[in-house]
Design a protein around this ligand. Structure first.
Ligand code: ATP
Ligand code: MG
Length: 367
């Protein structure tokens, strides 16, 4: 029994709808197990821009700082070309809290094998997690001090117009993310696949070297290297052969979108972003569904809240240290799917479609 503070940043579009269901599930767990969850709310995204002039205010960042975890909905929906972008809220939180580890579990539920466009016999048994490096690499390249200039730019030279991006990783950045992968693997099927492009990139050669050094400290975990192009292929050929995949920022971005197709719908996939900041019982983190604000279905009680609910389960596991309670939620979600409850994104012939709130209620009852 414990007291925990959770900052809820519901955001835009379907964000508030799915987050409300996740909150209801957390409240139910709190009652059942005698915990006290204090929810504090802040605005993010377009909602915050309209009300406060920024995608996330200093006050809201301060709220996050005073809590054990952040439950995040979605941001988006600005008109193209707008000066202040809703997504800036996420970048500020990721940078500010140094959320360098992005965890994306991909679990193909048995009862959803037919909901995907991929053959059931290929999907069978898929249960993997991608550990993506989130604060370095190509997206945060910097040339200084080796070459003065901007991190990435389009510039005029005597050769004409050219553009440059830099893929830079320090040993320390590689080591800390690989370590996260091995620690997670120990609690799973004990296999780590490190994905790189070591036949072409120096950063990947270093990545391999550091990954091998870390792997030596985990003799109980099976370790392999895989080139990113081969990984992209194997994900669709034999996804069940993977347990934990660890990779750099850009590769992780692409591979996780690809892997999301294995679960049947974006509305099924949770994520966690973790850094080095500790809470009393775990690691401070931000938890959000991988989908966006989906303005096309917002406000219609159509969105699938399971990704948000599964994100809440990850929150319990990683930030609050409540492993049992997290598993209870995950099992309840699986049971609801087994029993045939489907939101519109999982539409299957012969199955009745229920709304966002109703799905939330089904999970609560099952919990
Ligand atoms: P954003 O700019 O915020 O990313 P988007 O329009 O790209 O918004 P996404 O949320 O990325 O929308 O989703 C793409 C499509 O997938 C949406 O059009 C929506 O219909 C569907 N979708 C996304 N999330 C869900 C969900 N939780 N339940 C049902 N359908 C969803
Ligand atoms: Mg999107």
């Amino acid at each position: 029994m414990g007291n925990y503070t959770i900052t809820v940043l519901a955001g835009d579009g379907i964000g508030p709808e799915v987050t409300a269901q996740a909150e209801k599930v957390l409240e139910t767990v709190a009652q059942l197990y005698g915990h006290t969850f204090t929810f504090q709310r802040g605005l993010v995204g377009l909602t915050a821009i309209e009300a406060e002039g920024a995608a996330i205010s200093d006050e809201t960042v301060a709220l996050c700082e005073q809590s054990d975890a952040i439950l995040f909905g979605a941001v988006g929906g600005a008109t193209p070309g707008a000066k202040v972008k809703p997504e800036q809220a996420l970048f500020r939180l990721r940078k500010g809290f140094q959320f360098f580890a992005n965890l994306r579990p991909v679990h193909t539920f048995q009862a959803l094998l037919n909901a995907s466009t991929i053959k059931p016999e290929v999907l069978q048994g898929t249960d993997l997690i991608v550990v993506r490096e989130l604060t370095g690499g190509l997206y945060y390249g910097h040339l200084e001090p080796a070459v003065p200039g901007k991190p990435s730019e389009i510039r005029q030279t005597e050769r004409g117009t050219e553009a440059i991006d830099t893929l830079l990783y320090t040993e320390e950045e590689i080591e800390r993310i690989v370590r996260v992968a091995f620690e997670i693997a120990r609690g799973r099927r004990k296999k780590v696949t490190s994905v790189d492009k070591a036949n072409v990139l120096s950063s990947s050669v270093l990545w391999r070297r550091v990954a091998e050094r870390v792997a030596a400290e985990y003799p109980d975990v099976t370790f392999e290297h895989l080139l990113v192009d081969a990984c992209a292929m194997h994900l669709l050929r034999q996804p069940s052969s993977f347990d934990v995949i660890v990779t750099e920022n850009l590769f992780g971005d692409i591979l996780t979108d690809e892997a999301s197709m294995l679960a049947g719908s974006m509305g099924m996939l949770p994520s966690a972003s973790l850094g080095t900041r500790r809470t009393a019982h775990g690691t401070f983190g931000l938890y959000e569904p991988i989908h966006g604000s989906a303005p096309d279905i917002a406000g219609q009680d159509k969105a699938n809240p399971l990704a948000a609910i599964l994100s809440a389960a990850m929150l319990l596991r990683h930030s609050l240290g409540l492993e049992h309670e997290a598993t209870v939620i995950e099992k309840a979600v699986e049971r609801c799917i087994d029993e045939g409850y489907r939101t519109a994104d999982l539409r299957e012939s012969g199955k009745e479609v229920i709304g966002t709130k109703e799905m939330g209620n089904r999970v609560i009852e099952t919990v």
